[in-house]
Design a protein around this ligand. Structure first.
Ligand code: ADP
Ligand code: MG
Length: 329
């Protein structure tokens, strides 16, 4: 970001130039020219609604590439929709803009949104723009359809269910550590892959579409696998056994582990994976694995009646976590 940009247009011109083009394909956006958007759910569907905020200096750095910030903002919301079994449809964008955010920054930010709109099939329908003396604050509210009554809640896990996760766990945590302190011993390419996983979440939207009516419970992994599985257990009034020896690891994460640069305990305690953790009966294995395709789906444990999360190390012995996932305050 730069000092005050005196060429930055006013609120209405900003909306017209940068954001109205992102809303052009949604009739309900009314071209961002009315007081509100007008959306109707498809018949036989519910609308799943979620919101996330990123604050400069807290969730991203002022000199992070603006298109990446835009994508992260959209993707953390898309990840919530995916975990609930919903199809991405629309979003609202709220901006609290300090004076030093330049037009060029906002332009690059809107290009990032445009790219991801195409990639994930979601469209801007409205928002709010205000000035602030505080830091840049970005909020997206996303909405998506799911069969009526079919949203996948956190509260449906049952004893005997298997616990699965998509993709790989821990890459983002190692990527963040590499950014902070370096990660000697790994190939540059491996470090790049890990950092990329931290910088840009890959929401599992296509997989999410297979969850409704199949998974008993699901959550996206944003606070760490142990913590997010813990949320499912609490809501379901159940417990689980999580086996660290089954944790799906990328080859880069495996290399960091082999070098002693991280631990399995750390990888399930740190957030930002944006994978999906879910509980479903064993009979769902085939359908879920097919839906995951190349992303991969791994059974990492099972649900038990007795409340509480038991974590087993690769040797089968119970381990305790020092830190059970990210909490904001
Ligand atoms: P109101 O004063 O009724 O809240 P605004 O002047 O805030 O209306 O907004 C006018 C229109 O511009 C609305 O359709 C609103 O959704 C849209 N809008 C404002 N800011 C943004 C933004 N950052 N992104 C997308 N749409 C926006
Ligand atoms: Mg307004």
């Amino acid at each position: 970001m730069t000092r005050e940009d005196r060429t930055r247009p006013g609120e209405f011109e900003l909306i017209e130039r940068l954001f109205a083009p992102l809303a052009a394909n949604a009739p309900g956006s009314l071209q961002l020219k009315d007081d509100a958007a007008l959306v109707s759910g498809r018949s036989g569907e519910d609308l799943v609604v979620t919101v996330d905020t990123l604050v400069a200096g807290r969730h991203f750095l002022p000199d992070d590439p603006p298109d990446l910030v835009a994508k992260k903002l959209l993707r953390v919301n898309l990840s919530d929709l995916a975990a609930k079994g919903a199809r991405p449809d629309f979003y609202l964008l709220s901006l609290a803009l300090p004076k030093d955010v330049s037009f060029a920054w906002l332009e690059a930010f809107s290009r990032g949104l445009a790219d991801d709109q195409k990639m994930f099939g979601i469209t801007l329908v409205g928002g709010d723009t205000t000035a602030t003396d505080g830091p840049l604050v970005l909020t997206v509210t996303a909405m998506g359809g799911v069969a009526a009554g079919g949203m996948v809640r956190r509260n449906g896990a049952k004893p005997g269910d298997r616990v699965w996760v998509t993709g790989t766990i821990g890459d983002a945590a190692i990527g963040l550590a590499a950014l902070a302190n370096g990660m000697s011993g790994l190939a540059d390419e491996q470090v790049r892959t890990l950092v990329e996983r931290y910088r840009l979440p890959q929401p599992r939207c296509a997989f999410g579409l297979a969850l409704s009516g199949v998974a008993h419970a699901a959550a996206d992994v944003s606070d760490g696998l142990a913590a997010d599985l813990g949320h499912i257990l609490e809501a379901s009034g159940a417990g689980a056994v999580l086996e660290l020896g089954r944790l799906p690891l990328s080859s880069a994460a495996r290399a960091a582990l082999d070098l002693g640069r991280t631990s399995l305990e750390h990888l399930v305690s740190d957030g930002d994976d944006y994978e999906i953790v879910l509980a479903a009966p064993a009979s769902a294995a085939g359908a879920l694995t097919r839906a995951a395709g190349a992303i991969g789906l791994t059974e990492v444990g099972h649900i038990v009646a007795e409340p509480g999360l038991t974590i087993l190390g690769p040797d089968g012995r119970a381990v305790a976590l020092e830190k059970k996932g990210f909490q904001h305050f």
